[in-house]
Design a protein around this ligand. Structure first.
Ligand code: ACO
Length: 427
């Protein structure tokens, strides 16, 4: 295989290096192009642009493959727990028993939030969207621990990472409970990470909390499936914000905002709202299929399509099975699921969707599970954010440890050419 690519421009020849990844993906290194040829590349939405070399997650959108640090998502979702996966993503290897034990205990020790943050939380209107509140409280954590992370000091880095992993689930539970009008809780230090999350969210002040293993297992799976997805919109945001040496908490807060949008993490909320809208409209899925295909109609089939999966989303396959299990175990017969099933069947047989390789993505099913767990629609993306936390941390750490330069894309300017200033009286 050739190791170079030649570009001929203005009768001059420029040689560009090829970079090969461990799964044989090949990229053209264009970093010298502007200096040598006075050319830049233009790629809106970065559909064809690699921003970094990364050893965290591999995905092949054509073959429907997703692996964290070399381990298949199927194995991890079915065999591991969320903390093991978080450790794997952040530190590169699965933890042994002692490492996992220490990791889990060190997180528990840090799962305390300054009481003054409660005051901030209680100052928001109860109707505020939980993603905005979570993003703001994550930023707020910086104020209570303003010391910058020394990335050359392993202990300092470990401390910052664990602080975030420990405090965000408490904030997630608090944001949820505040919205529900319930007293804020801390859970139980003796419980595992996901078990404690479930307790912090679902315990009621007037009855004994009994753990439901179906709920814990579904949450564990959902968090693992969302834990990383290489250079998606929110992760790229975390990397680019962190590249200016903004701290870990501030970078993750920006990632939460990026995830909020309905074309990204906000899709899980949008899916449920869409299914409920179809149900309230009489349940005619064919009518909404036509709307999705009509270019003059802004309606899109939420939960369908993906920037990189042009075959199927492997996470969707796992979560589809889990959704059925949860509904069966909890004894839920939800007409919204029938609408989801009908839409899925029609889309998979429809030329418009087949030709454009639009398949159900992970968010098509995750909302159904959250609904079964009685989590309100607006909280779905918050749950996604908690799952994505280890991925954001792993990418922030990798970017800083690789000493990547500040992220700063170029542009092709298409505005006005130089013109004379016109004084206000003459305009
Ligand atoms: N419904 C109807 N048509 C669609 C849909 C959809 N959900 N998704 C894409 N298309 C069509 C587009 O209109 C376009 O058609 P055209 O070629 O005739 O113009 C074609 O398929 C390609 O679509 P793009 O928007 O160019 O694809 P892109 O890769 O940029 O977008 C995205 C991917 C944003 C996920 C898109 O498919 C979408 O909006 N889906 C719905 C939102 C969603 O589910 N997002 C969750 C993503 S998963 C996640 O973030 C975890």
């Amino acid at each position: 295989m050739s190791k170079k690519v030649n570009i001929n421009y203005n009768n001059l020849n420029f040689e560009l290096d090829l970079v090969k990844g461990s799964e044989n993906e090949i990229g053209i290194d264009i970093s010298s192009l502007r200096n040598n040829a006075n050319l830049i590349t233009l790629d809106p939405g970065f559909k064809n642009t690699g921003s970094c070399k990364s050893s965290i997650t591999f995905l092949d959108g054509e073959k429907g493959i997703l692996r964290y640090r070399g381990y298949s998502i199927e194995d991890l979702a079915n065999k591991a727990n969320f903390l093991e996966v978080a450790y794997l993503l952040i530190f590169g290897e699965l933890p042994n028993k002692k490492q996992l034990h220490d990791f889990s205990n060190d997180i528990k020790e840090r799962a305390i939030i300054d009481e003054d943050l409660r005051i901030i939380l209680n100052s928001y209107p109860r109707s505020a969207h939980p993603m905005g509140v979570l993003s703001s409280l994550t930023s707020g954590l910086v104020a209570f621990d303003p010391s910058a992370v020394n990335i050359d000091d392993e202990d300092d880095m470990y401390d910052a990472i664990l602080n975030l992993l420990a405090k965000i689930p408490v904030l997630v539970a608090w944001v949820y409970r505040r919205r529900q009008g319930l007293p804020l809780e801390y859970g139980d230090i003796n419980l595992g990470y996901v078990e404690n999350l479930a307790k912090m969210m679902f315990q009621r002040p007037n009855k004994k909390y009994i753990q439901n293993d179906t709920i814990v297992s579904a949450l564990n799976k959902l968090l693992i499936l969302h834990a990383d997805h290489e250079q998606n919109c929110s992760t790229s945001t975390v990397r680019i914000v962190g590249s200016s040496y903004a701290g870990l908490f501030a970078s993750v807060s920006a990632g939460i905002s990026a995830l909020w949008g309905r074309l990204h993490g906000g899709a899980n909320q949008a899916v449920l709202e869409m299914l409920e809208k179809i149900q309230n409209d009489g349940g005619d899925t064919k009518k909404f299929m036509s709307k999705a295909k009509d270019k003059s109609d802004p309606f899109r089939l939420m939960g369908f399509g993906h920037r990189v999966y042009k075959n199927f989303d492997p996470r969707a396959k796992i979560i589809k099975v889990a959704a059925h299990e949860v509904l069966k175990d909890l004894g839920i017969d939800d007409p919204v699921l029938d609408i989801a099933k009908a839409l899925e069947k029609e889309a998979l047989e429809d030329n418009y969707f087949v030709e454009r390789k639009l398949y159900p993505n992970v968010d098509f099913y995750s909302g159904i599970i959250y609904k079964a767990l009685e989590i309100p629609n607006e909280m779905f993306t918050v749950m996604f954010a908690l799952g994505r936390l280890p991925g954001w941390i792993a990418h922030w750490r990798e970017m800083r440890m690789n000493k990547e330069p500040i992220g700063r894309p170029r542009q092709i300017y298409i505005g006005e050419n130089p013109r004379d200033y016109i004084s206000l009286t003459k305009r």
